[in-house]
Design a protein around this ligand. Structure first.
Ligand code: PGA
Length: 243
């Protein structure tokens, strides 16, 4: 399975900022890893036009579990797929915190992604309190168990380990902390998912990517802030190619 450098723009970007995608695609015309950018869903059609025929794939940041219906403001996985998403992030800690999403919701959203024929990137991770209480491994294992749906395979599912305390804080987990959790997750994965990619996320940037990618069972990264500009994200892609 190819490694994956994924960017999550969150609620950032603009039509003008889509030019970064073009630069990214030019920087990596024949990458040896998969490259994915998840802009705000409203920009998917324009982004898809810009990236047609390139090696940079597009994804979405969330979806509704249902196919259609009375859900004002929501987007179905099928709609996102139709507009060019080949993957959907589900269960990001910001959605778990801001929208009260629990494991059952995340699992239903991952199922929706699979139903639409796209990859579900399932996010899990402990809070600072949980880490300090020594609960990290039990928390992520229980999130994994609760969030991964039936029918998940290494092809249609990616796991992203994102310690909540490391997201957007500049505090990156140490290489040992990353290795410990990723190895535990690999062991905990059900057999259909044994080879699934496990990404690390949380303040990844060019200066720390190399040592994170050198850790066992790290198959790429989910990058927030450093994915917004091609000049920041490209060195991360290159570090992953070199790992
Ligand atoms: P960050 O975000 O790289 O800005 O810390 C990571 C994420 O939330 O996916």
């Amino acid at each position: 399975m190819r490694k994956l450098a994924a960017g999550n723009w969150k609620m950032n970007g603009s039509m003008e900022a889509l030019a970064e995608l073009k630069t990214l695609a030019i920087n990596h015309d024949a990458p040896s890893v998969d490259i994915l950018i998840c802009p705000p869903a409203i920009y998917l059609p324009s982004a898809a036009q810009k990236l047609a025929g390139t090696a940079v794939a597009l994804g979405a940041q969330d979806c509704h579990p249902g196919v259609s219906g009375a859900h004002t403001g929501d987007l179905a996985a099928e709609m996102l797929a139709e507009m060019g998403a080949s993957a959907i992030i589900v269960g990001h800690s910001e959605r778990r915190a801001d929208h009260g999403e629990d494991d059952a919701t995340v699992r239903a959203k991952a199922e929706a992604a699979h139903r639409a024929g796209v990859i579900a990137i399932i996010c899990i991770g402990e809070t600072l309190d949980q880490r300090e209480a020594g609960e990290t491994l039990s928390v992520v294992q229980s999130q994994l168990e609760g969030s991964v749906p039936e029918g998940a395979t290494a092809e249609n599912t990616v796991i992203a380990y994102e310690p909540v305390w490391a997201i957007g804080t500049g505090k990156v987990a140490t290489p040992d902390q990353v290795a410990e959790v990723h190895t535990a997750l690999r062991e905990a994965l059900p057999s259909a998912l044994k080879e699934a990619r496990i990404l690390y996320g949380g303040s990844v940037k060019a200066s720390n990517a190399g040592e994170i990618f050198a850790q066992a069972n790290v198959d790429g990264a989910l990058v927030g802030g450093a994915s917004l500009k091609a000049e920041d994200f490209s060195p991360i892609v290159t570090a992953l190619e070199a790992a």
